[in-house]
Design a protein around this ligand. Structure first.
Ligand SMILES: *[C@@H]1O[C@H](CO)[C@@H](O)[C@H](O)[C@H]1NC(C)=O
Ligand SMILES: *[C@@H]1O[C@H](CO)[C@@H](O)[C@H](O)[C@H]1NC(C)=O
Ligand SMILES: *[C@@H]1O[C@H](CO)[C@@H](O)[C@H](O)[C@H]1NC(C)=O
Ligand SMILES: *[C@@H]1O[C@H](CO)[C@@H](O)[C@H](O)[C@H]1NC(C)=O
Ligand SMILES: *[C@@H]1O[C@H](CO)[C@@H](O)[C@H](O)[C@H]1NC(C)=O
Length: 433
């Protein structure tokens, strides 16, 4: 009897579940996708995403935003207008709606997310818009190229991006409406040409991921290109993800995972690097050392004590390769030509050893930078004796690697160089299906 009731319950549950599945509309996309461009015309290499910002004259205007996985807030070149009507926005200008100084959101951003640092002027309520009865909400943001403080005004924004199933781009669009901030055109002078915004991908409640909802899962997959002439790719959402020519290979099958850590007072992403291993020699990283990712630092920066041991170990492991005069900011450089003949270069891998016996292999493509025709250098830099983070992992070390910041499961997923898989970050098929 008891069993019969249980069975009946199960059957009823199954029927109602079936019913729900049939009735539920399943989105054809699993992620949003944007191209990633490498820029080499600013003070340091930087990467941007192209995003559609407004719809005018029956087409989308597009803008390039620097990828910043650390920034608390999105900001870009736009102006505030409280009464936007068709034709009222000056041409070549992006108009958005203001947030007033009386809204809680304004206070929250100012007290928690706005930069509070001696180089930043104090924020005031003085600015207003003609005909609008409220004050605007100035906040401080930081220019990731110069480190300078910039004052920007909070707004209500609208962006549009393409959807994808991980192997193709769909014509269906996704439109997040985040709060962001507008800064004057002159604030972007240090940025690469045609880049006039910062897209925050951090864990801050005011970064883009916080404004992306179901069916998107909170998973950021990043594949930085190594060459400016072909775009890499950024996905947000659960996989699969694939690159040509292996459209049948889900890149998730190439990933290893390690816990993604949080640090107080930072919206950035951290992992636990236990040691750096070069040709079986292990350089232990002191406990309590923090290892952070950066998309605005070009090269991995190590605190001096760690840096010195890495340089020494790498030197020992490359005995026989002729040294070259160091080229700043690097200190260990090698000649690729010796007395007119090409030297047989065989550089070792550099492994980041992680908890649970995992390791992230940085192959020579991601550790040795060709600085001139005849010279390559170990592309890591000395961060000084008192850096805030012992290790800051810079972009050169993960170009053409597929990496995933899985915010749902607090995990960091990484492939090693995709070049070893006969593909690269520039191989996503952006042709619209
Ligand atoms: C700005 O105005 C709001 C609302 O009147 C007030 O709560 C806030 O303290 C003011 N902030 C500054 C920095 O003056
Ligand atoms: C993605 O969509 C394209 C076009 O509809 C289809 O050919 C392809 O098999 C799909 N890929 C996946 C992984 O679902
Ligand atoms: C995204 O879709 C829009 C509209 O369908 C299209 O104009 C644009 O080129 C697409 N962007 C990319 C990167 O495929
Ligand atoms: C980038 O790609 C272009 C065009 O394919 C090629 O000519 C150039 O050598 C590449 N640059 C690097 C640094 O690989
Ligand atoms: C890229 O995608 C388009 C649109 O789905 C498809 O027609 C084309 O065959 C794909 N290219 C390759 C090389 O698979």
């Amino acid at each position: 009897m008891h069993l019969l009731i249980q069975l009946t319950v199960m059957v009823v549950a199954f029927i109602s579940h079936e019913h729900k599945v049939v009735a539920q509309y399943v989105q054809p996309y699993t992620s949003i996708v944007v191209p990633v461009i490498k820029h080499t015309d600013a003070a340091k290499p930087l990467y941007s995403v192209q995003i559609m910002t407004s719809f005018a004259n029956s087409q989308y205007m597009k803008a390039n935003f620097l990828i910043d996985i650390d920034a608390p807030l999105i900001w870009h070149d736009c102006i505030l207008k409280w009464n936007i009507s068709p034709g009222s926005c000056p041409s070549n200008t992006l108009c958005t709606s203001p947030v007033s100084c009386e809204e809680d959101y304004c206070t929250d951003v100012r007290t928690t997310y706005s930069y509070d640092n001696p180089s930043c002027p104090p924020v005031t309520n003085s600015s207003t818009l003609p005909g609008w009865g409220y004050c605007t909400c100035p906040v401080n943001v930081v220019d990731p190229v110069t480190g300078a403080c910039v004052q920007a005004l909070l707004n209500y924004d609208d962006f549009t991006v393409n959807t994808s199933n991980g192997s193709n781009v769909f014509s269906g669009l996704y439109g997040p409406s985040p709060n962001a901030a507008c800064a004057p055109t002159s604030s972007f002078e240090s940025f690469p040409v045609n880049v006039n915004g910062v897209m925050a991908f951090s864990s801050s409640p005011y970064a883009l991921p916080a404004y992306l909802y179901q069916p998107l899962k909170k998973i950021l997959a990043l594949c930085l290109p190594s060459n400016s002439s072909a775009p890499g790719v950024l996905f947000f959402g659960i996989g699969p993800y694939s690159l040509l020519p292996h459209s049948d290979v889900d890149l998730r099958s190439l990933l290893s995972y390690t816990p993604l850590l949080k640090q107080r007072d930072s919206f950035g992403y951290f992992i636990d690097v236990k040691s750096i291993v070069i040709k079986h020699v292990s350089i232990d990283i002191p406990e309590h050392a923090t290892s952070k990712f950066s998309t605005t630092e070009a090269y991995t920066t190590l605190r001096t004590d760690i840096y010195n041991r890495v340089i020494q170990t790498f030197s020992m492991a490359t005995i026989g390769i002729p040294h070259a005069k160091p080229v700043a900011p690097f200190t260990l450089c090698f000649r690729t030509f010796d007395m007119g003949t090409r030297v047989g270069l065989k550089f070792p891998d550099m492994d980041f050893s992680l908890p649970d016996g995992k390791k992230w292999t940085i192959s020579p493509t991601n550790s040795m930078k060709q600085v001139t025709k005849d010279v390559v250098c170990l592309a890591i830099v000395d961060g000084g004796v008192a850096t805030e983070h012992s290790i800051v992992i810079g972009t050169f070390q993960f170009e053409d690697n597929f990496i995933v910041f899985d915010l749902e499961n607090s995990a960091f997923g990484f492939s090693s160089s995709l070049l070893g898989e006969q593909t690269s970050c520039a191989n996503f098929n952006f042709t619209i299906t």
